[in-house]
Write a protein that binds this ligand. Sequence first.
Ligand SMILES: Nc1ncnc2c1ncn2[C@@H]1O[C@H](COP(=O)(O)OP(=O)(O)OP(=O)(O)O)[C@@H](O)[C@H]1O
Length: 266
Amino acid sequence: MNMQHHDASALVRLNNVSKRFANGTLALQGMSLDCGEHDFISFLGPSGCGKSTALRLIAGLTRPSSGELAWSGAASRGAERDRELGFVFQEPTLMPWARVFDNVWLPLKLSGVSREAAAPVVKDALEMVGLSRFAEVYPRELSGGMKMRVSIARALVTRPRLLLMDEPFAALDEMTRIKLNNDLLSIWREHRFSIIFVTHSVYESVYLSNRIVVMAPRPGRVIEEIRIDEPYPRGDAYRTSTRYNAHCAAVSQSLHGALHGVDIDH
Ligand SMILES: Nc1ncnc2c1ncn2[C@@H]1O[C@H](COP(=O)(O)OP(=O)(O)OP(=O)(O)O)[C@@H](O)[C@H]1O
């Protein structure tokens, strides 16, 4: 069954958003984007094309120099918006002195939820990422992939409507990355939040997303949005299909065409 579904009302809408830093760098020029309910959007492009800047703007970590960001529903108010966003970075950034349970509890703790009251929710989040049996261990006892799972559980523990992921699997080996891609897709399908996922990888973006925003640098900007209208669930059959390869070729071409000789490092 095709689980893609597009709500008419955007969760967050960027309208001609630009970001110029104090040193004069135009990190992002005129970006417009509607992120809908249950979208899986990838920002794809080489270093310096403004992917992280766009993500940080959506996260509210930095403000646009011009243009607007608009949120729907409760998220249009600051405090609720924070709760409706989850973040995952390339580094899992776990507290080494705290057990897995306490790492995942952190966002709830910061909003005043006691350890006891948080326990069932933390347990659910760990179950989502397949780490139920690891609640009592310390991060140093976990593999890189498991640490990333903890980071995902921590981001999901507040049940955000939008999960922002900045190259989350870039440092992982290929097999772990494929496994995490699959697990992320199944969590996303079951819990129906939206994802904005920053990546350098054409293959990863075509595998995961229903929409790919292709970006280019100097100045950072959107070149094209490419829809990947392929049904979910996606698995090995999709990864080895001619359709998958055709999408990868089209997306690569869009990326190369836009770069005019700029080095690509995906
Ligand atoms: N705080 C800052 N001050 C000045 N320039 C910045 C700042 N942050 C980013 N830039 C510049 O803005 C441009 C876009 O950077 P950004 O990090 O958004 O790109 P990116 O596509 O995420 O790159 P990467 O894939 O390397 O993370 C780059 O030229 C970068 O050097």
